[in-house]
Design a protein around this ligand. Sequence first.
Ligand code: SF4
Ligand code: FES
Length: 375
Amino acid sequence: MTEAVLPPIGMLAELTHRCPLQCAYCSNPLELLKANREMATEDWLALFDQAADLGVLQIHLSGGEPTLRQDLETLVRRLSDRGVYTNLITAGVGIREGRIDDLARAGLDHVQISFQGAVAATTEKIGNYRDAHVKKIGTAEQVRAAGLPLTINAPIHRHNIDEIPAFIELALELDAERLEIANVQYAGWALLNRNTLMPDRAAVERQVNVVREAQERLHGILAIDFVTPDYFAIYPKPCMGGWARDAFMVAPDGTVLPCHAADTIPGLVFDRFGEKSLADIWHGSSAFNAFRGTDWMAEPCRTCDRKEIDWGGCRCQAMAIAGNAAATDPACIKSPLHARMAALIEEATTSRQDVFHYRRIARSMADHACDATEA
Ligand code: SF4
Ligand code: FES
């Protein structure tokens, strides 16, 4: 039976694709938008008003690097005035002294800073940015001095998986409330770099033990969220909490998408804010309705007792691995293609391809082939 469409709770606003870092694990699309494709301040303000009217309670301000938007304080102030909780997701480099205070005064509620490594050499290599680590530490100190809660985000892959104990120490030293140990999701640039980023099974098993032990030991001191690696799982995660169920994202040009990789699914048509209202898109967009609820599911999901737990997993992963966005996510042990995950791990870890295709704006796929750097 088709369920009523409830209002969204969360929204990811990719304010810009510009970024000083070039992380090879980035989940942004390969075709990044230049600054001249970004929505103007007034458009973002109108979109945020409509989001608040629609029922959105929290907005993650992301990118790219959202602090490259000089109007960020204006955007935060509007959201704060509308009672929407704001989380700034930043790489934490190139932020001028006093900017975090300005954002706190504008009403910012929370800051999340990504660290590409727990030590300077790894952070600089993965992000391809000199002095990134020390700059991030400086930004984290500004966040705490401004009285804002801080989350450290650690995107995990083969090149930093053994730094997890050091990530935990770093989060404690920086007085963070929360550490997110987030195994890389293979979409966008991360999918392009999958063979370089995939950890081996022994390293994944080690990390599970380290994280579980730390979660118990630091209970009440540091909250540790653990985003486990899909390729090693037996059941998939409910990607985005279920397709168009309670969250969505907006690209820098105002394209409204159910998730960050939805445009890799052929045949879906995405609406742009301004051409339609946010309410019309949330309720009526053909792309949002394509995989909403459970009616679209085939077996084994259709009769599975987990179908309203994981909502069939990730449509974009099904597209990337099964070649069919309506298939059961191959991360699921019940998928006839589940063995493909193990084969992809094997392929990646035996090839030990150690070149990074660094994230860049306005590079064609032909360029990616010759834009590789030894890891
Ligand atoms: Fe989830 Fe479908 Fe697997 Fe069931 S069969 S656990 S609903 S992905
Ligand atoms: Fe699109 Fe998971 S990234 S549904």
